[in-house]
Design a protein around this ligand. Structure first.
Ligand SMILES: [Zn+2]
Length: 276
């Protein structure tokens, strides 16, 4: 599933390919791909210019002036540049063609496999009514995200991993990066959040920013479906210390990495570096 770094990379690609360009054609495959429906989707987008892009948690926001595209990729969704227009189908669930530039051909972007996701259209003033966006916690790169903020949300008995996965606590983290953050902070994922001391809270804070920042620089993590808009894989999978390394040796202490289930998710931990 694309998490904060992958969504950041995809948005950067969309910005570099299509910002400032007018929509020439836009279609969705089925009614359930967009809240606008099959007929309204083109009517509301064609002729508008992509003015900018923004990320809210793992959600892509495409600013078309009087209309904002709210795109959630969920698990299988991808964005890919196509060489030419094609009608949407089961694989290419939404397709947008932007005008040709003087030095480039048309830019066609396919929003693929939005089976659980969507490409909704909102009016700019109504974004906060979106059920997912209204509940998002602070972004890890925002000023509100601080050790003090984490201390306040960690005053609960819940497992630390479950809290960090909760988008209303922190926006943008998912299973891969939470495992990596907790390993870097030397905190076991089943620890109750209210048992973390100040140093551990600071370590979780710093590791979140550090790991997400490095993952963006390496253009994300590719296991199966994630690729950037040019079809290229990310490179951060080579930097992972625990995720998907169960049965292998910890790079720090040599102990075998274990896989557990925490908060309903496969969870990777070094039992020595992260005592429970
Ligand atoms: Zn270790």
């Amino acid at each position: 599933m694309p998490e904060l770094p992958e969504v950041t990379v995809i948005l950067d690609d969309i910005r570099s390919l299509a910002a400032g360009k007018e929509v020439f054609r836009a279609e969705v495959f089925r009614e359930d791909v967009s809240n606008a429906g099959v007929k309204e989707f083109p009517r509301r987008l064609v002729g508008r210019t992509l003015q900018g892009v923004e990320r809210r948690g793992k959600i892509l926001m495409l600013d078309f002036g009087d209309v904002v595209g709210v795109v959630h990729l969920v698990i299988s969704g991808r964005v890919e540049r196509l060489s030419e227009w094609r009608e949407p189908d089961k694989e290419h669930t939404a397709v947008i063609e932007f005008e040709s530039g003087p030095e480039s051909g048309p830019v066609v972007l396919a929003f693929k496999k939005l089976w659980l996701g969507y490409f909704d259209l909102y009016e700019p003033g109504h974004i906060e009514e979106h059920p997912l966006i209204s509940r998002l916690g602070p972004d890890p790169f925002s000023r509100e995200f601080s050790p003090e903020y984490l201390r306040s949300v960690f005053e609960r008995k819940a497992a630390i991993k479950g809290l960090l996965l909760d988008q209303s606590v922190v926006a943008g983290l998912g299973n891969i990066y939470v495992d990596e953050v907790l390993f870097a902070a030397k905190v076991h994922p089943t620890r109750k959040a209210n048992t973390l001391d100040s140093e551990e809270i600071k370590a979780v804070y710093s590791a979140s920013r550090d790991i997400l920042g490095r993952a963006i620089e390496m253009r994300g993590t590719t296991f199966d479906s994630y690729h950037d808009a040019f079809g290229e894989s990310g490179k951060f999978q080579y930097q992972l210390k625990v995720f998907a390394r169960d049965g292998e040796s910890c790079y720090v202490c040599g102990t075998e990495i274990q896989k557990l289930r925490v908060a309903g998710r496969g969870t990777h931990v070094c039992p020595t570096c992260q005592p429970s």
